[in-house]
Design a protein around this ligand. Structure first.
Ligand code: FE2
Ligand code: ZN
Length: 403
């Protein structure tokens, strides 16, 4: 797309009013308006950056009270009313803001700051992306699991923000010096957002029992797995107290798999398998999902990983030839995860917060008769959405920007 600067459509606007202090960036430069092509305008800011804005986007995002409800932070303007050929009758910069009179007579105003935050430049989009989601730090055996003091995260927003940022970057954090009181885990989740209930309840306690409805309630070794792969929208975060755990960064595992075994990576990306959970807890449940082991997000980056020897179904909607290929790929991936995994021991009263759809967890076998009540875990879940939401709010309150 070429910028047709210098043609007769170019309009230098803003004869009065001024464009704000140079270098602030968030005012539209009074010199700077060019109509480029037919469907967009280029706006230059006081820090000498500029962005093109399509007319159709500007019209839909008019901020006037009949087009936008600023209390609800929601658009009132309907797609029904959007004219794809909308164009300005008049467009100019006034007091550092953009003013448009559209061909249908409607008038719109946009502040320089509002436009600047929504610029379509690569740099601005990078910043917008980091608000959506922070970049990950991949880890292997070298990882010293980040630790945050429980009380300080409960009491200080700065510590809470640190906790949320570390969780998003590493997928695992240990909260230290939490009490062994059962409510401590729920208190932490509720400081962030809501507990996500599952068919095992709002939260649950793991102790070995006689007729378990889940292998978690036994002393068996549990291989690396993700929790609840048999629900359509498994919780992102899993917080548990106490016990020994094996952990492995699925994001790191996928990056190794992709590089060393691209064919197996493709297999795990494209072979849908069933996960199931059947039993009784308060009511009878029979959950089934069909999904691939690895899923990518809208940018082609790793989104989620689902591994669960205990709940991957023996029913497979595959041709028999595909089954062997799937097992080979899964085995190779599992070996990579084990090779790069870590074992951590938490003390009573410590909480492990982990990203359930990225970091796989497991545990060594133990003798339920011989634990003296030591292996007593309390588990609950929270959605990733709630963590990111809290992180954005705290960033805004504390004036912290992150990339
Ligand atoms: Fe688990
Ligand atoms: Zn409007």
């Amino acid at each position: 797309m070429s910028v047709s600067a210098g043609n007769e459509k170019v309009r230098v606007a803003g004869s009065g009013g001024g464009g704000g202090a140079h270098g602030e960036g968030n005012h539209v430069d009074r010199r700077g308006l060019e109509e480029v092509e037919e469907r967009m305008v280029k706006v230059r800011f006081c820090d000498d950056t500029s962005s093109r804005y399509p007319y159709v986007w500007l019209r839909e995002n008019c901020q006037c009270p009949s087009c936008f409800n600023s209390d609800a932070v929601a658009r009132l303007f309907l797609t029904d009313d959007l004219d794809l050929h909308v164009h300005p009758k008049d467009i100019q910069v006034c007091d550092g803001n953009l003013e448009v009179v559209w061909n249908d007579g409607h008038t719109s105003q946009y502040t320089g700051e509002w436009l600047y935050q929504r610029a379509f430049t690569p740099q601005a989009r990078e910043l917008q992306r980091s608000s959506y989601r922070l970049s990950r730090v991949l880890w292997g055996r070298e990882l010293e699991v980040p630790r945050i003091d429980y009380r300080s995260a409960m009491e200080k927003d700065e510590s809470m923000l640190e906790l949320l940022v570390l969780l998003e970057r590493y997928g695992v954090v240990i909260l230290t010096e939490a009490s062994t009181r059962i409510g401590a885990l729920i208190d932490m989740i509720e400081r962030i957002g809501f507990v996500k209930p599952t068919h095992y309840g709002r939260d649950y306690q793991l102790k070995a029992v006689v007729s378990p409805n889940n292998l978690a309630y036994t002393g068996s070794k549990l291989g690396l797995h993700s929790d609840l792969p048999y629900t359509q929208d498994p919780p992102g975060q899993h917080e548990g107290k106490g016990g020994d755990n094996t952990l492995s960064d699925g994001a790191k595992g996928v990056s190794i798999l992709k590089e060393r075994h691209p064919n197996h990576y493709q297999t795990l990306l494209h072979t849908p398998i069933y996960f199931q959970d059947k039993g009784f807890h308060t009511y009878h449940f029979h959950k089934i999902t069909k999904r691939t082991t690895i899923t990518l997000d809208e940018e082609g980056q790793l989104n989620q990983i689902y591994i669960s020897p205990q709940s991957r179904d023996s029913i497979m909607d595959l041709d028999p030839e595909q089954v062997y290929d799937f097992y080979v790929a899964l085995k190779v991936f599992n070996d990579i995860l084990n090779e790069h995994g870590i074992t951590i021991k938490t003390k009573p009263g410590e909480i492990i917060a982990l990203d359930n759809i990225r970091v796989l967890h497991g545990r060594k076998a133990f003798d339920p008769a011989n634990t003296n009540g030591f292996r007593h875990l309390h588990n609950a879940y929270i959605d990733c959405d709630d963590l990111r939401s809290k992180r954005r709010i705290l960033q805004s309150n504390l004036g912290v920007s992150l990339s």
